[in-house]
Design a binder for this molecule. Structure first.
Ligand code: CA
Length: 225
């Protein structure tokens, strides 16, 4: 689950990154609207957390920009305790929910999960290809109805590939989604992860397989006879 965070208060941003990481979210934090919007163009985020008081642009304009783009990622705005007008205008501009500062990390995470569970959103139920199933909430993988253990990263990679079944997922996209934007990932870590995942899928008898398009990316294909 990848979250885009706009927050210019660096201490708060750090504690959100750490707090949400402990609860299973990967967070990319940006202190300006410009940097956050650039990241938004590159990565398919599952959710957006936006501080309305950013240094370079009005937060409401940012909400409108995000909504104009063809993303269905929910937007959760962070507002000051006395900012009732902000909350109303934020929701009017297209935000899905708000959290009032100061807040507990568990509350922020709970609100995010609630938004992500809405139909069509990232936590919306079960992904299935052939005899392979992934429960997006419990992160459980099943083959022919039997539960199979995969590592956290393997499940993340599998989810990304399953969501785009039959389409090419760029290697850089996997890197960014799994390890965070601009992180120093060893060049072959995705290759190692994918080859492990491919072997596992084969050994458990999953009726789908991962194809490599050299220099481009990967594609998960339903091989059900
Ligand atoms: Ca601020």
């Amino acid at each position: 689950m990848r979250v885009l965070l706009f927050e210019d208060h660096s201490r708060l941003a750090n504690s959100i990154v750490k707090g949400l990481a402990g609860l299973g979210f990967g967070v990319d934090a940006f202190a300006t609207a410009r940097d956050g919007l650039n990241a938004f163009k590159t990565i398919a985020y599952d959710a957006i957390v936006l501080d309305l008081g950013l240094p370079d642009r009005d937060g409401l304009e940012v909400v409108q920009d995000l909504r104009k783009a063809s993303s269905c990622a929910p937007i959760l705005i962070l507002t000051a305790r006395d900012g009732i007008d902000d909350r109303v205008s934020g929701l009017d501009a297209g935000a899905d929910d708000y959290v009032v500062k100061p807040f507990a990390m568990t509350e922020l995470a709970a609100r995010l999960r609630a938004l992500l569970r809405r139909p069509g959103r990232a936590l919306g139920g079960v992904l299935a290809i052939g005899n392979l199933q992934l429960q997006t909430v419990s992160r459980q993988v099943m083959v022919d109805g039997k539960s199979v253990h995969f590592s956290v990263r393997e499940v993340q990679a599998l989810e990304l590939l399953m969501r785009r079944e039959g389409q090419i997922v760029a290697k850089s996209n996997l890197e960014d989604s799994l390890y965070g934007l601009g992180k120093n990932v060893s060049p072959n870590s995705i290759e190692v992860l994918i080859s492990r995942l491919r072997r596992r899928l084969g050994s458990i008898g999953a009726s789908c397989s991962i194809h490599t398009l050299y220099g481009i990316g990967y594609l998960l294909k339903d091989e059900t006879p």
